[in-house]
Ligand binder design. Structure first.
Ligand SMILES: [Fe+2]
Ligand SMILES: [Fe+2]
Length: 226
């Protein structure tokens, strides 16, 4: 009885009451080389970060349209979408204050790669989409935590605040996924293991592009990976 109440309490998840560490969810840590590249490429990092905040809001909205009959899901994801848009406004303000101009960037392989692993039929699809949401937010949380000590003051303090938000977000997505799996008798652990494996591959294997969610930076002018 107690276990059920805790599992379905997405308000508690929103408050961060049951927040886990992102490392409990992620299969592999971000490579140190990615953090080194991010510290050197702050303009691209912030531009892509702004895109990620917009995408996070639009993903939440897409789920609200897809599962409009689920009032708990739409209520929680509406709050999340508003928070993501506030983050977007904060990143944009930071770009302006640092004198960094807008530039269009192609998205990374990350979201597309995860989406390719999502089941096409319901109720499995909803579980996968919510688990992907949890994994993306957990990776963002892990990267904000690792970036904060490596970046200059205004960005560092901003990123420390975002780490806390992303922890709440992945906890919420996980709570919604657990509730859905419980209702439909789906094996959440098996799906989480599979999707987390895909996510870890995308976030850690060599990647020609640098983005907020890209993999290990490829060494320029060399075919070796290090
Ligand atoms: Fe955010
Ligand atoms: Fe988020």
């Amino acid at each position: 009885m107690r276990r059920t109440a805790r599992r379905w309490d997405s308000d508690a998840a929103w408050r961060g009451a049951a927040a886990q560490s992102p490392t409990e969810l992620l299969r592999a840590p971000t490579p140190a080389a990615w953090f080194d590249a991010a510290a050197e490429r702050q303009h691209e990092l912030l531009l892509d970060h702004a895109n990620c905040e917009k995408k996070a809001a639009s993903t939440a909205l897409a789920l609200m349209f897809a599962y409009a009959d689920d009032f708990e899901l739409t209520r929680q994801l509406s709050r999340l979408a508003r928070e993501e848009l506030r983050h977007f406004e904060q990143v944009q303000k930071l770009l302006m204050s640092l004198g960094l101009p807008y530039r269009r960037l192609k998205p990374s392989r990350y979201a597309e790669g995860l989406r390719a692993a999502v089941a096409t039929g319901e109720p499995a699809r909803r579980l996968d989409l919510l688990l992907c949401g949890a994994l993306i937010e957990a990776r963002s949380c892990e990267r904000f935590a690792g970036l904060a000590p490596r970046l200059p003051a205004p960005v560092a303090s901003f990123y420390r605040g975002l780490e806390e938000s992303e922890a709440r977000h992945f906890t919420l997505y996980l709570a919604l996924a657990r509730r859905h799996a419980d209702r439909h008798g789906l094996d959440i652990e098996a799906r989480l293991a599979s999707l987390a494996g895909t996510e870890a591959g995308l976030a850690t294997s060599p990647d020609a592009q640098f983005r907020f969610h890209s993999g290990a930076p490829q060494v320029r002018g060399s075919s070796s990976s290090s």
